[in-house]
Design a protein around this ligand. Structure first.
Ligand SMILES: C[S@@+](CC[C@H](N)C(=O)[O-])C[C@H]1O[C@@H](n2cnc3c(N)ncnc32)[C@H](O)[C@@H]1O
Length: 171
């Protein structure tokens, strides 16, 4: 398992930060077969969704019903760059003219997103998670960790932490 640490200025558009952009180029290529339920504006995935209609995405669903549309074990790769905290969830929903339920700002919501992601990726497929921890989907969902990228931003900022995992088991 490879761990790398590369500094970058903080940016709310995660995928514009140079070390992250470079990692995505290595794994996602032209984006064929890749799905991004939280696409924002800079996702290389071919199939993109974002709750906010102003974002660069083909659909504007909530992430859970969006992921539920795909057949189990059908996708080559999924990018998971959701809001990183309950506060960020509330801010993103507000921008989209919505209000999150209590459950949508809980850890149960994050776990449901990970469960669905794990089930939709094919065996050998890749999931890349972004956030403030390196948990990713984990062994219990059938994944092995193949790469971690730490992106420190200086000052009091949290690092952005990227995990790259491969599906090795059906759970
Ligand atoms: C961290 S940003 C993604 C940034 C993106 N990776 C980029 O670099 O352009 C998270 C995105 O998730 C969207 N979002 C938040 N909650 C969502 C939900 N429940 N379902 C779908 N999209 C959601 C927000 O509108 C926001 O664009």
């Amino acid at each position: 398992m490879k761990i790398t640490r590369k500094w970058a200025m903080p940016n709310k558009w995660t995928f514009t930060m140079k070390p992250i952009k470079e990692l995505l180029e290595r794994y996602v290529g032209d984006g064929t077969g890749w799905v991004d339920p939280f696409a924002g504006n800079n996702s290389p995935a071919k199939i993109r969704n974002d709750i906010n209609k102003d974002c660069n995405a083909q659909s504007n669903m909530k992430a859970i019903p969006f992921l539920e549309q795909f057949e189990e074990s059908s996708l080559k790769g999924i990018l998971l760059d959701p809001p990183y905290s309950p506060r960020q969830i509330s801010e993103h929903y507000k921008k989209a003219g919505l209000k999150p339920s209590q459950w949508e700002t809980s850890s149960g919501w994050g776990a449901k997103i990970k469960d669905l992601t794990a089930s939709r990726v094919q065996l050998g497929g890749i999931v890349i998670c972004f956030g403030w921890n390196s948990m990713g989907l984990g062994k219990n969902r059938g994944f092995e960790l193949i790469e971690v990228l730490l992106v420190p931003h200086g000052g009091a900022h949290n690092d952005t932490i990227v995990t790259v995992e491969r599906k090795i088991n059906f759970k």
